[in-house]
Write a protein that binds this ligand. Structure first.
Ligand code: KDG
Length: 313
């Protein structure tokens, strides 16, 4: 495996028109979940990736597993749990820049992930373990699962990539969220925060100072996602700004950060320089924003090449 990732996937329902959800009548159904988004993105770019989770033993769980399998993601570690449903969420599209999300995932099958679900040999076979700050917000047992996955990765020399992915609606206590996300980041070799997440975690809004705080906290490399401004990366040896891919029209930004993680990891797996890997992250993240849905815009190799050539024109 190049990358193993663990986390909840859901069915997402997006109204086909903009406006308040109360007025929406027709919805598009799709697959969502930060970790499986990253897995799909990596697989489309030609990497070997496994996703571990629990889904319900219901229609949506079955659909999610077949979809991921169809995308070439290894789903051998996914459990279908007949005692809880697959989580779902709804999007409310007010404007492309203003999207609200409503979760129906409390007590979902994924919230029952537990330490016993983890397969040490499987995680140890990967070059990278990708985790996000969403999973520890789901339940106590999910939190334990994340810590155990980190322990296994450390023991076996698997690099940990952590995206804080702050989802305020999932946390009861913001101070607890902050404490835990800072602590989890400290175990990650690579952290991929958005700038607002860095601000939340360290109370610091100056980008370069914020990046230094992540290194001081224990990571070897931090890549700050700066949206329309691209990204800034910092390690002990390297630092720099990377420009954004020029997006003509944002259709749906949800999932862009996962696209970024997939593109960036793909660059690292291809032994690109940090700068080039970050740029690949920016391009894949941008591609996600140009399509409706959380995974629909994730490019395969061919569409990535075509995006790159359009930018050169
Ligand atoms: O990053 C996009 C994800 O947020 C989305 O696909 C759903 O995982 C999700 C979540 O928890 O919001």
């Amino acid at each position: 495996m190049d990358v193993v990732t663990i986390g909840e996937s859901m069915m997402v329902f997006s109204p086909i028109r903009t406006g308040y959800l109360r007025h929406a009548h027709t919805f598009q159904k799709g697959i969502a979940g930060a970790e499986s988004n990253v897995a799909i993105g990596l697989s489309r770019l030609g990497h070997k990736v496994g996703w571990g989770s629990r889904v319900g033993e219901d229609e949506f769980g079955t659909e999610i597993i077949s979809f991921l399998r169809g995308e070439g993601v290894d789903v051998s570690q996914v459990i279908q749990d007949d005692s809880a449903p697959t989580g779902i969420y709804f999007k409310e599209l007010l404007r492309p820049e203003e999207i609200r999300v409503y979760y129906y995932r409390q007590n979902s099958a994924a919230s029952r992930m537990s330490v016993q679900d983890l397969n040490e040999e499987y995680i140890a076979s990967a070059k990278y373990l990708h985790l996000t700050g969403i999973t520890p917000a789901l339940s106590e047992s999910c939190r334990d699962t994340v810590w155990e996955a980190i322990r296994i990765a450390k023991k076996n020399g698997v690099k940990i990539v952590f995206d804080p992915n702050l989802r305020r609606k999932l946390w009861k206590d913001e101070n607890e969220a902050k404490r835990l996300l800072v602590e989890l980041s400290s175990y990650a070799d690579i952290v991929l925060p958005g700038v607002s997440e860095g601000e939340f975690l360290f109370g610091e809004c100056e980008k370069e100072v914020m990046a230094k705080r992540f290194l001081k906290n224990g990571s070897s490399l931090v890549v700050l996602k700066l949206g329309e401004e691209g990204a800034y990366y910092l390690s002990d040896e390297n630092k720099g700004y990377v420009p954004a891919y020029d997006v003509k029209q944002v259709v749906d930004p949800v999932g862009a950060g996962d696209g970024f993680a997939a593109g960036f990891l793909s660059g690292l797996l291809e032994q690109k320089s940090i700068y080039d890997a970050v740029y690949k992250g920016c391009v894949v993240g941008a591609a996600v924003t140009m399509a409706n849905g959380d995974v629909e815009g994730l490019p395969d190799q061919q569409s990535l090449l075509s995006l790159l050539s359009q930018q050169e024109d």
